[in-house]
Each structure stands twice: as structure tokens, then as C-alpha cells.
Design a protein around this ligand. Structure first.
Ligand SMILES: [Zn+2]
Length: 151
């Protein structure tokens, strides 16, 4: 039997009779080394291979995008779960935001708001800036405890 020296591990091995030029033993690590070296060599000296690799990569990426898009379409539970998680993250964020804001209440200098007739008027847009909120001004016209003069 003609034995060879593995190009990776240096151990003696018997090449497969169908591939007498085999330079690496069948050890998986050595086979990975062989593939890696082959790939490197190709990248260095074969522009067609480089081009193919780039195309394959691109194709894989677009397949992957489709894969996730389809996955979401076919797994509404997964989507709903993620939405739930995002909602609780948002709620936590909101909770922090409110905690750090000085929330006015009747103990501060805010006048006590009673039930009654209120006038609601718009605030100029420039004052709202880019806030994603409705801001209304509430002006007390009459209080339930005080009869309105015109009534
Ligand atoms: Zn080997």
C-alpha cells in the first residue's frame, strides 16, 4: 500500500484508491483545513470564483430576508410575542419618563381643578415644537360651587 503524509497534520495515511492525489487524511479537522486552503487559493487566483462567491453571498442575503419575512407571516405567535415584549419595554420606558418628570398635583402650586365648565383653546404650534402630544389649555370659566353670573 502506498502511504502519504497528510498536508495538514503530517500523519501517515492511505489515500482513497479513487483519488490517488489526495493530500489530506480523512480527519475532519484536516478536511476543514484542506477546504479553507482551497478557498483561500481560489480567492487569490480565480476572479470567477470570487465573483461567484459574491453572487452567492448576495443571493443568500436576499433569501434570508425573504426567509424572515415569510417566517413572520407564518408564525403570528412569534410576531405577537415580540410585539408584547416591545410593549413592555415601552411601558418601562414611559414609567421612567413619568417618574423623572415633576408631575404637578394639588399639593404643588397648581390650582385645584373642580368639575365645571371649562374653555379649551389651542396653543400656537410653535410652542408645541415637535412634541407628539395634544396640548390643551384649560381655563376655568365657572365652578360648580359658584353660580355663573349670566345664569
Ligand atoms: Zn491529517
Amino acid at each position: 500500500m502506498n502511504t502519504k503524509c497528510c498536508a495538514a497534520c503530517g500523519q501517515k495515511f492511505e489515500p482513497n484508491p479513487h483519488s490517488p492525489r489526495q493530500a489530506y487524511c480523512s480527519n475532519p479537522t484536516c478536511q476543514r483545513t484542506r477546504k479553507r486552503r482551497w478557498h483561500k487559493e481560489k480567492l487569490l487566483h480565480d476572479p470567477d470564483y470570487v465573483d461567484n462567491q459574491a453572487r452567492a453571498q448576495q443571493a443568500w442575503c436576499s433569501r434570508n430576508v425573504d426567509y424572515w419575512r415569510n417566517y413572520r407571516g407564518e408564525h403570528p405567535d412569534y410576531v405577537e410575542q415580540n410585539r408584547e415584549k416591545q410593549r413592555s419595554r415601552n411601558a418601562k420606558k414611559r414609567g421612567k419618563l413619568i417618574a423623572t418628570m415633576d408631575v404637578p398635583n394639588s399639593q404643588n402650586n397648581m390650582p385645584e381643578l373642580r368639575s365645571g365648565l371649562y374653555q379649551i383653546s389651542p396653543v400656537p404650534v410653535s410652542m408645541i415644537a415637535k412634541m407628539d402630544l395634544w396640548i390643551v389649555e384649560i381655563r376655568v370659566l365657572s365652578r360648580a360651587s359658584m353660580p355663573h353670573p349670566s345664569l
